[in-house]
Design a protein around this ligand. Structure first.
Ligand SMILES: Cc1ncc(COP(=O)(O)O)c(C=O)c1O
Length: 368
């Protein structure tokens, strides 16, 4: 972190600042007196705004009073969700490679995790339903998946969503979908349409929860704002739990989030166009290298190339950093199935991305 001159592609964020209209909204909210405590579930106006947004973007109807909990980040949405589902000794199944926080959260709740890797077949990651079925025991309470996925870019197909929902129903599990990257999706008929949410398939009575964030769609990583959508009983518990963790997300941040959802589409579209171009640039560059397998990601802003013969991605990334000043995330950090790959975040500016790809290619060609 303290090394100078590093081309940093290891974090999950772009170097675009938060758009001005969102900053102005936070300032206005402070001027308007949004500097006090709010409800633990979030301001009623913010929950209504989320329900309106969800209806507009996903065509899903939510009850803002009972099914939405505003949280101080996507991380916190996952955390309250996990804590509500897992008692000590319970088991969770997590589809990997994946951003590792949910795994740690289950362990913090004194639960245990079974990681089930996504197999790569015919250039697409898939869900190994046989392995999922075999991993379920009487102590299993929770099944977690991330779509669009960090780090894979995998997006669950309609059939995969059906399969996951059916499995969760049949075994009485909570199904947690991390959909924080839902707006960063490249395979819709029209750019800007979201990756399909599991909530389009779930009924109100299904044991389903969905974690969301403002970080990725609106360049608001430092603001710490997200939300959990869940069945009313879990949402009520999560609201109570919020009190003892942070009580609620900051009040003026919630108001700024309302503005982001109401006015953010044009800016989001511009960012998506840029990300789609960056994704293509990286794919073209990596596919020109021998010994690399890189499926085309349908969503999020990562590539997860597999490097032939790589057995220690941590040592590889350390050497890449020291010798070329390019910072990537080692695949091993993302759990089962991650070793042998590296994660590249392509949300950076071209002035960083292009030299980083060049140096990475040279490093590999030199027989790293
Ligand atoms: C898959 C996934 N879920 C959740 C988050 C949490 O985002 P935040 O806590 O910034 O809202 C991240 C952030 O990188 C992520 O990659």
């Amino acid at each position: 972190m303290s090394m100078d001159g590093v081309l940093r592609l290891y974090f999950g964020e772009s170097n675009l600042p938060t758009p001005e209209y969102i900053k102005q909204a936070a300032w206005r909210a402070m001027e308007d007196g949004y500097t006090f405590y709010t409800e633990n579930a979030g301001l009623p106006s913010t929950r209504r705004a989320i329900a309106d947004y969800y209806h507009r973007i996903h065509a899903v109807t939510l009850d803002p009073a009972t099914e939405i909990v505003v949280t101080a980040s996507g991380v916190q949405a996952l955390y309250v969700g996990v804590r509500c589902a897992i008692d000590p000794g319970d088991e969770a199944i997590i589809l990997t490679p994946v951003w590792p926080n949910a795994t740690s959260m289950v362990m913090m709740a004194n639960g245990t995790v079974k990681q089930i890797p996504h197999p790569l077949c015919d250039h697409r990651y898939r869900v190994d339903f046989d392995a999922l079925e075999a991993a379920i025991t009487p102590r299993t309470r929770l099944l977690v998946y991330t779509s669009p996925s960090n780090p894979l870019g995998w997006v669950a197909t309609s059939e995969e969503q059906d399969g996951l929902l059916e499995l969760a129903r049949r075994h009485g599990l909570w199904l947690m979908a991390d959909e924080v990257y839902d707006r960063l999706y490249y395979e819709s008929a029209e750019l800007g349409q979201p990756a399909p949410s599991i909530l389009k398939k779930a009924t109100r009575e299904d044991a389903v929860m969905v974690a969301h964030s403002f970080s990725k769609s609106y360049c608001m990583t430092g603001w710490r704002l997200g939300y959990l959508i869940a069945r009313h009983d879990l949402a009520r518990k999560a609201t109570q739990l919020n009190e003892f963790i942070v009580s609620h997300a900051p009040s003026f941040t919630q108001k700024a989030g309302e503005t982001a959802m109401a006015e953010g589409e044009d800016e989001l579209l511009r960012m998506l166009e840029r990300l789609r171009d960056n994704r293509q640039l990286c794919l073209d560059s990596l596919r020109g290298l021998s010994g690399i397998t890189v499926p085309s990601p349908a969503g999020a802003f990562y590539l997860f190339p597999r490097i032939d013969g790589l057995t220690d991605s941590f040592a590889f990334c350390k050497r890449l950093l020291e010798e070329t000043r390019v910072g990537l995330a080692p695949g091993v950090a993302f759990g089962a199935g991650g070793e042998g790959s590296v994660r590249i975040c392509y949300a950076a500016e071209r002035s960083i991305l292009e030299p980083a790809l060049e140096r990475f290619a040279k490093f590999l060609n030199a027989g790293a």
